[in-house]
Ligand binder design. Structure first.
Ligand SMILES: Cc1cc2nc3c(=O)[nH]c(=O)nc-3n(C[C@H](O)[C@H](O)[C@H](O)COP(=O)(O)O)c2cc1C
Length: 177
């Protein structure tokens, strides 16, 4: 699959079969995703791969006010924990990644989604979540931030690759020269 084919194939999948994602696949996806660039190479995250029976128990953490009901069919989750900001001193200057952490985590999520699709694991990036419940689920301190979750599985039989619905390209692109 070329990169272009991968970009066209990756989509938010919201109906999964009961074919499990293996622990090895989850590790491979996360290993590749950690190659994502981040401000001052800070990698301000920790990844938790949730699989098997734990994944079934996790689903409710992203089902808020009736939304994301489809997650009942997801068989695995990758939870992104946001970790503390860091700074590095370069000569006279000290540089912090604080203002870029959101960017770093968005890029990481995109890498996860594409790495997963590349090995035949469909997925959906999820922003709706109950962070307090996730902290309790993972036995982490209250107040821990989990900006994004990726729900994963194998697309249910007959799930088509949809045509992309996007703003007209001309409305989001201008060449300046
Ligand atoms: C930051 C972010 C948060 C999202 N949160 C949710 C969500 O909570 N539930 C959901 O079903 N889809 C969610 N999505 C998926 C988007 O709806 C989807 O990416 C968009 O409609 C484009 O469709 P596509 O991914 O199939 O190309 C989220 C996507 C992103 C990037």
């Amino acid at each position: 699959m070329t990169l272009e084919e991968l970009f066209l194939k990756r989509q938010s999948t919201r109906e999964f079969s009961d074919v499990p994602v293996t622990d090895a696949e989850l590790e491979k996806i996360c290993r590749l995703a950690t190659l994502a660039p981040s401000a001052i190479n800070g990698q301000p995250y920790m990844l938790y791969a949730v699989n098997g029976e734990k994944a079934k128990a996790f689903r409710k953490n992203i089902q808020i006010n009736g939304a994301n009901g489809w997650a009942d069919t997801a068989t695995a989750f990758i939870v992104i924990e946001q970790t503390a900001e860091i700074s590095v001193t370069r000569g006279e200057r000290t540089v912090s990644n604080a203002q870029f952490i959101g960017n770093d985590i968005g890029i990481l999520a995109a890498y996860i989604a594409l790495a997963a699709e590349d090995i035949g694991v469909q997925n959906c990036i999820v922003g709706l979540r109950d962070e307090a419940a996730i902290a309790e689920f993972l036995s982490l301190p209250a107040g821990t931030k989990f900006p994004l979750i990726i729900a994963l599985g194998h697309a249910a039989d007959g799930c088509p690759v949809r045509a992309k619905r996007r703003k007209p390209f001309e409305s989001v692109y201008k060449l300046i020269k």
